[in-house]
Design a protein. Structure first.
Ligand code: AMP
Length: 223
């Protein structure tokens, strides 16, 4: 396939990060997860981090202009010439339109938008057990516990609950998802690039389904 420009779409806790990291390894493409980029900026205390912090803590979206600048720069970079994997962007129609405009300026377009579907009650269950270390390694108390309680297996740092995984913030994030992000399903469906994946299945099964979808896209391109 000439280039593979992918978007992972879905509610918080749908497994976009897990699948994105696998895809990054399998496809050897840059993986841009806006939540990870923003959390790193907050930790480092950069201007971006200082601007984003309050929005994130409330479970609100960071303004579109900030996010569009961040992603436009990355998709146009040399490392993304063969494609990219976006996770957490776009999250609004305005962001989707800005992404389309940037890609068409570059003579490119999206290959596929993978919608990972998970119902709200499952999202709440998943996020309440999620634990993360300062370097971004993610565990789950029930589904993927660390070997030693409260300690990251990978770097030995302390595991914490993300501020925005607290129950009242999770409910707000879900509301934001339904109001602002879900309209992207129809947006991408109309453009013929949307594929749905059942995110309630085990991570391996979700990955298998995504790989099958990508294989179909490759075959279609060769025809
Ligand atoms: P995530 O890790 O993807 O759940 O993102 C965590 C938080 O970062 C979100 O709740 C938003 O506050 C912010 N954020 C991440 N991506 C975006 C985006 N594309 N637009 C606006 N805010 C975002």
């Amino acid at each position: 396939m000439s280039e593979l420009n992918l978007v992972l779409l879905g509610p918080p806790g749908s497994g976009k990060g897990t699948q994105g990291e696998r895809l990054q390894e399998d496809l050897r493409l840059p993986y841009y997860a806006t939540g990870d980029i923003l959390r790193a900026a907050v930790r480092e205390g950069t201007d971006l981090g200082n601007e984003a912090k309050e929005y994130m803590g409330r479970g609100d979206l960071v303004p579109d202009e900030v996010m569009v600048g961040l992603i436009a720069e990355r998709v146009a970079s040399a490392e993304a010439a063969d494609g990219f994997i976006l996770d957490g962007f776009p999250r609004t129609i305005a962001q989707a339109e800005a992404l389309d405009a940037k890609l068409s300026e570059l003579g490119r377009g999206l290959t596929a938008v993978l919608l990972i579907k998970v119902p709200d009650d499952e999202v709440i269950r998943r996020l309440s057990g999620r634990r993360i270390c300062p370097n971004g390694h993610v565990f789950h108390m029930d589904f993927d516990p660390p070997k030693e309680e409260g300690v990251c297996d990978i770097c030995g740092e302390r595991l914490e609950i993300r501020d925005d995984d607290k129950p009242e913030v999770v409910r707000h994030r879900l509301g934001t998802y339904h109001d602002k992000t879900e309209p992207l399903v129809a947006y991408y469906e109309e453009r013929g690039v949307l594929d749905r994946v059942d995110g309630q299945r085990a991570p391996d099964e979700v990955a298998t389904r995504i790989n099958a979808l990508l294989a179909t896209l490759r075959r279609e391109e060769e025809l």
